[in-house]
Ligand binder design. Structure first.
Ligand code: 4NP
Length: 160
């Protein structure tokens, strides 16, 4: 059976989207769903292509038992709009960037803001922690973890 494919997207693919990628990957493994759901992440920019996630993000994720060190930054491509079932940008700027690459209504329906799944902040953006202090990374972790848990609850009935 074809796997259900989810893509998380931010600007650099070194902070927010690799975090969501790592958390969701772990949740899938723990739920024995890694065989039926595929997860990826990317950035709308190619600034950090090939790089590991930001060590500040990797450190916070590791403190919560989530490994990110195996991930490498890649740029979001037009074909991803065809190849993924659900595309979740972290903020509206990146959502707009993706929208400009769309060629069909089908693709439009696949793209939703990540925090549309946040039970405590539906429709809000994930703040960019890159230029801020350490508390920003912890805050982003908390948002991403509860949003990924809720996302898994929504995706599960589609794949089991
Ligand atoms: P991300 O964070 O989009 O969550 O990966 C950023 C990473 C790098 C830059 C900005 C945001 N940057 O300007 O290089």
């Amino acid at each position: 059976m074809k796997k259900y494919r989810i893509m998380f997207v931010c600007l650099g693919n070194i902070c927010r989207s690799p975090l969501a990628h790592g958390i969701f990957e772990k949740l899938l493994k723990d739920a024995n769903l890694d065989g039926v759901v595929d997860v990826e992440s990317s950035g709308t920019s190619g600034f950090h292509r090939g790089e590991k996630p930001d060590p500040r993000m990797t450190g916070v994720a590791a403190s919560h038992g989530v490994p990110l060190d195996h991930l490498r930054s890649q740029q979001f491509k037009k074909e991803d709009l065809e190849n993924f079932d659900l595309i979740l940008p972290m903020d509206r700027e990146n959502q707009e960037h993706i929208k400009k690459m769309m060629t069909s209504k089908d693709q439009k329906e696949k793209v939703k803001l990540f925090r549309d799944y946040d039970p405590e902040g539906k429709g809000l953006e994930v703040p960019d922690p890159y230029y801020g202090g350490p508390s920003g990374f912890e805050k982003v972790y908390n948002i991403a973890e509860r949003t990924c848990r809720s996302l898994l609850g929504d995706v599960k009935p589609l794949v089991v």
